[in-house]
Write a protein that binds this ligand. Structure first.
Ligand code: PMP
Length: 420
């Protein structure tokens, strides 16, 4: 029974766990946006592995390629030796993703996770500039290693680290003080003022839309201004696209619409296509400062990740996926605004774009209450934000329209149950 199942987790797993507390069941199988537990109950997945499952669970096209590769005894682990799977990945990434966007990057495989990518980006910026300080932002999330955590604006997550690593300066993100105060101008003034106490940084590290930090979105003007500030002072601009990349916001890279051209880009989560661990660090050729062996790791360059990614990248050759994202995003936007108007006493606003949108609750605890009620209805919905006040809607990009509508209807029932 369910309680006995959960006892195994409660007794044995470290206190670090959180998801088996909030989603109290044991999952068995999954297909695209649907996942079933041991009892056969179906859930619609509006969490999508925190953005690692943009192409859905067990994507049929990708799965077929993986099975084919395994059955042919394809090389699975090879550190960073050259393999055919990797060669195909590099060729496709260049021709399907970089060239159509007129982007020129060298590709580095920094290790299996998003944190590895951020860590390598910080090291590149320090090595390329000979400086140590990095500007990062309020409510940012960049990972759990000491370097990426030092750049993370979340007191709770940083607590376990004891004394933090130095070398980061936090600045207010766009609209941190509301729409009237231009935080890019503030940053520029502080960088140029010898009295501000801020060391000229190696890099500015930012998310274009803060996934963990509460779906705060930087405006195009702010991003362009920050890019200019960096260019004028020889500071590297690093965009952490770990969660917002691979189509989440509607385009492959989240910064495409703003038309900025970061010096370094961090990608992970859905780049591995099938929920397989994989990360990339994209580096402008001028900043490829590594010596061979200077940054390595056993699990960088996972061939199953390459095989899955090679099929996933194929989605970007035609406009089909982008059109589906746009249409599903409109549907979600309409629904969330309808809910915000229906429950103005509970919901403060709707945030986000593309297939990452959310409801901000006036009373933070209501976001977790909605998540719980949605789970009972059969929807997996996570929260985000500094006070966990945002219910975050991020289903797979490939979700079928009828499944999306069903999930939203279940959430409407949950909202009704809580606030009617
Ligand atoms: N950067 C961002 C923007 C993220 O959202 C995350 C993960 N939530 C990370 C970095 C860290 O990635 P990982 O958990 O794969 O190490």
């Amino acid at each position: 029974n369910r309680q006995a199942d959960m006892d195994v987790f409660n007794r044995l797993e470290s206190e670090v766990r959180s998801y088996c507390r909030s989603f109290q069941t044991v999952f068995t199988i999954a297909n695209n946006a649907r996942i079933w537990d041991k009892s056969g109950k179906e859930y619609i997945d509006f969490f999508a592995g925190a953005g690692a499952l943009n192409y859905g669970h067990n994507n049929r096209r990708i799965r077929a390629k993986l099975i084919e590769y395994l059955q042919a005894d394809g090389v699975t682990h090879s550190l960073d030796m050259a393999t055919e799977a990797k060669e195909t990945f590099l060729t496709r990434f260049k021709s399907f993703i970089l060239e159509p966007r007129k982007l020129d990057y060298k590709v580095m495989f920094p290790g299996p996770t998003g944190t590895n990518s951020v860590e390598s980006a910080l090291k590149i910026a320090r090595k390329a500039t000979g400086r140590t300080n990095v500007i990062c932002f309020t409510n940012a999330f960049h990972g759990m290693s000491l370097g990426s955590l030092a750049a993370t604006g979340n007191a709770f997550k940083r607590k376990g680290a004891g004394v933090m690593l130095g070398g980061t300066t936090f600045m207010p993100y766009d609209r941190y003080f509301g729409p009237q105060i231009d935080t890019a101008a503030m940053m520029e003034k502080m960088l140029d003022d010898p009295g501000s106490g801020i060391d000229l940084p190696a890099a500015v590290l930012l998310e274009t839309l803060q996934g963990e930090g509460g779906l705060n979105e930087a405006s195009t003007e702010w991003l362009r201004r920050v890019e200019c500030i960096c260019r004028d002072r020889g500071i590297l601009l690093i965009v952490d696209d770990v969660q917002m990349g691979c189509g989440r916001t509607g385009t492959f890279f989240s910064f495409e619409e703003a038309g900025i051209n970061p010096d370094v880009v961090c990608l992970s989560k859905s780049i591995g296509g099938y929920g397989l661990p994989m990360a990339l660090t994209l580096i402008k050729p001028a900043f490829d400062v590594w010596q061979p062996g200077e940054h390595n790791g056993t699990f960088r360059g996972n061939n199953l990740g390459f095989v899955a990614a090679n099929e996933a990248l194929d989605y970007w050759r035609t406009p089909e996926l982008e059109l589906a994202i746009a249409s599903n995003a409109r549907l979600m936007f309409g629904f969330l605004h309808r809910m915000a108007s229906a429950y103005p006493q509970a919901i403060e606003e709707v945030r986000g774009k593309g297939m990452i949108q959310g409801l901000v609750f006036r009373e933070p605890a209501n976001a977790a209450r909605l998540s719980k009620a949605a789970f009972k209805q059969g929807v997996i919905l996570e929260t985000s934000g500094p006070k966990d006040e945002v219910a975050k809607f991020m289903p797979p990009l490939t979700i079928e329209e009828n499944v999306l509508k069903l999930g939203l209807a279940k959430i409407e029932s949950a909202l009704r149950e809580l606030f009617d």
